[in-house]
Each structure stands twice: as structure tokens, then as C-alpha cells.
Design a protein around this ligand. Structure first.
Ligand code: COA
Length: 80
């Protein structure tokens, strides 16, 4: 997910993900949400943790940014 730069840190990202979790929970048949995030994005990781997503794994050096390998963090949240 991505919030326009000028609108970040105003609670919009939290609201978007919270709404996503609520809608998926209400649907009743969705058991689990999963996401991936670059390891060098501590703000996003903190946001996901605070909404109940747990670390499930790391894909080491899965992508290159500016020529440098970056890990991808896999996170999940059970709704049941
Ligand atoms: C990640 C992103 C979606 C968050 O959206 P946002 O609207 O800025 O976030 P919010 O204002 O709702 O929430 C901020 C929360 O993130 C966390 N956070 C943000 N920056 C942080 C930082 N530098 N260090 C630690 N936590 C941070 C805090 O937990 C904060 O929680 P709070 O509500 O208790 O203050 C937004 O920054 C973004 O679009 N970034 C660029 C794209 C991106 O990185 N997307 C994620 C890809 S997986």
C-alpha cells in the first residue's frame, strides 16, 4: 500500500489497513492476511506489527535497490 507523500504520518495508512482487516474479518471466509515488506522500511514494519501482523519469514536479498541486495520480510495475521 502507498499513501501520497504529502499525506503520510496523518493516520491514513493505519486507517486503510484497519479497514481492510475489518472488511476481511466481516466477510467470514478469509482466514489469513499476508503481506511482504522491504526490511529497510521500519516505519511500515512498525505499522504492520502494531496491527497484529507477525514475522513469518525472510527472503534474503530477494531484490536489488540501488544495486544492493535487500531482504523481503514476510508477515501474516490470522483472522480466525
Ligand atoms: C507505509 C505507509 C503506507 C504508512 O502510511 P501513513 O499514512 O504514513 O501511516 P500512518 O500515519 O497511518 O501511521 C504511522 C504509523 O506507522 C509507524 N511509523 C511510521 N514511521 C515510522 C518510523 N520511522 N519508525 C517507526 N514507526 C513508524 C508508526 O507505528 C505509526 O503509528 P502511530 O499511529 O502509533 O503513530 C506510508 O508511509 C507510505 O506510503 N510509504 C511509502 C510506500 C511504502 O513504503 N509502502 C509500504 C510497502 S510494504
Amino acid at each position: 500500500m502507498c499513501v501520497a507523500r504529502d499525506w503520510r504520518n496523518r493516520g491514513i495508512g493505519r486507517q486503510l489497513l484497519q479497514t481492510c482487516i475489518e472488511v476481511c474479518t466481516r466477510e467470514g471466509f478469509i482466514e489469513k492476511l499476508e503481506l511482504e515488506v522491504f526490511s529497510n522500511n521500519p516505519g511500515a514494519i512498525a505499522l504492520y506489527r502494531s496491527l497484529g501482523f507477525e514475522l513469518e519469514g525472510v527472503r534474503k536479498g530477494s531484490i536489488r535497490k540501488a544495486g544492493e541486495p535487500v531482504d523481503i520480510i514476510c508477515m501474516g495475521k490470522w483472522l480466525t
